[in-house]
Design a protein around this ligand. Structure first.
Ligand code: PLP
Length: 383
């Protein structure tokens, strides 16, 4: 049905009407006092979201631009980095680091499994010469629905003394606690089309003081993504290049909504939706892809045995106008993913589980008692 599509993918996520309306104004001059006011306010709001007193910079670009900026602004030619790789996005940061000629050591875990903090501790302990300049990892690995133990890994990085933690928090920020200063994170990358409840187009990079010290030494090539320019402008409530001003209107409105809801309530909502999605799938006999206890609050990946996940996903879309995400790479057809990130309420999760259950029944693939998925989901939502 026209205009009825419900996005249950891990980005772009649904956008509240008030945020869409905030965007639907004429652009204003990006060097005007009015725009400066918006930059000042959104900078404070971004600090609140990241739980940091440091700089949080906004760039016109997606989450990948934010992460690439983070990497190239704190590292130098020939530096060694330790990358965590347990999915598509971990894999991407290995590729970016290699593209800039960095020496890359990789700590891998199988897709669906979390990264092992002990493996990071051992590699960092073994680095007596302090060659490792940064540890790069993904907090919520969207491709597999696994949440990695960023707090523990960042703790090992701090104990190393030299390395920085560069964290991809693209689908964890705004879904669960990412207290940047308390955990000692140095670079945090994210993107507007995720927990921010906005359309795509803005990337965010938060930088610690240690990250800025590394920036002073960094000699990797950069121009548009040179964060020093963004910092200088941000301190004057401005932007070095022409920013997407309408997205700033959206940012101010969306972060205002988030502040009204409160961080604890936002995290509790995402945790409840994870529990409800997991309970619904399990009750229907659909195995979860992420290892037990390591599911992301942003996304639930499901690996239905003996069922083509793409057929199921397409049928849910055609019958119910609910868009689920498919499996990436070798998981295509084997996995579907329910996004419950950002502007998602209990009704959305209950409806998605019901639509999956009804679709299984229509396809003659429901093996248990019909209604079990919805009942388990409802019970989890009720707490
Ligand atoms: C964990 C994670 N990192 C990075 C990205 C890349 O972000 P973008 O597509 O905004 O460049 C995504 C996108 O889904 C993601 O989920």
């Amino acid at each position: 049905m026209q205009d009825k599509l419900s996005l249950m993918i891990p980005g772009p996520t649904p956008v509240p009407e008030s945020v869409l309306l905030a965007m639907g104004r004429h652009p204003i001059g990006h060097r005007s006092a009015d725009f400066q006011k918006i930059v000042r306010r959104t900078t404070e709001q971004l600090r609140w979201l990241h739980q940091t007193s440091g700089d949080v910079l906004a760039l016109a670009g997606s989450g990948t631009a934010a992460m690439e900026a983070g990497i190239i602004n704190v590292l130098s030619k020939g530096d060694t980095v330790l990358c965590g790789d347990n999915g598509k996005f971990g894999e991407r940061w290995v590729k970016v680091a290699k593209a800039y000629g960095l020496t890359v050591q990789v700590i891998q875990a199988e897709w669906g499994q979390p990264l092992e903090p002990e493996a990071f501790r051992a590699a960092l302990d073994a680095d007596a010469g302090k060659q490792i300049r940064a540890v790069i990892l993904t907090h919520s690995e969207t491709s597999t629905g696994v949440i990695n133990d960023l707090e523990a890994i960042a703790g090992h990085v701090r104990a190393h003394g030299t390395a920085l933690t560069i964290a991809d928090c693209v689908t964890s920020l705004g879904a669960c606690d990412v207290p940047m200063d308390r955990w000692g994170l140095d670079v945090v990358g994210s993107g507007s089309q995720k927990g921010y409840m906005m359309p795509p187009g803005l990337g965010f990079v938060a930088m610690s003081d240690r990250a800025w010290s590394a920036y002073e030494r960094s000699d990797l090539p950069k121009f548009y993504l040179d964060l020093g320019r963004y910092r200088k402008s941000a301190h004057a409530d401005s932007n070095p290049f022409t920013p997407p001003v309408n997205l700033y209107f959206a940012l101010e409105a969306a972060l205002g909504m988030m502040q009204e809801e409160g961080l604890e309530a936002i995290f509790a909502r995402h945790a409840r939706h994870r529990a409800a999605a997991q309970a619904g799938m399990t009750a229907m006999g659909l195995p979860l892809y992420a290892a037990a206890g390591h599911g992301s609050p942003a996304i639930t990946a499901v690996a239905p045995e003996g069922i083509d996940a793409e057929v199921l996903r397409k049928k849910v879309k055609d019958r119910f106008d609910i868009l689920l995400a498919g499996g990436q790479d070798h998981l295509k057809g084997k996995v579907f993913r329910i996004g419950h990130l950002g502007f998602v309420c209990d009704r959305d999760v209950l409806t998605a589980v019901a639509a999956i259950e009804a679709t299984l029944q229509e396809l003659g693939l429901h093996t248990g008692s019909v209604g079990a998925g919805v009942a388990a989901c409802a019970a989890a939502l009720a707490g």
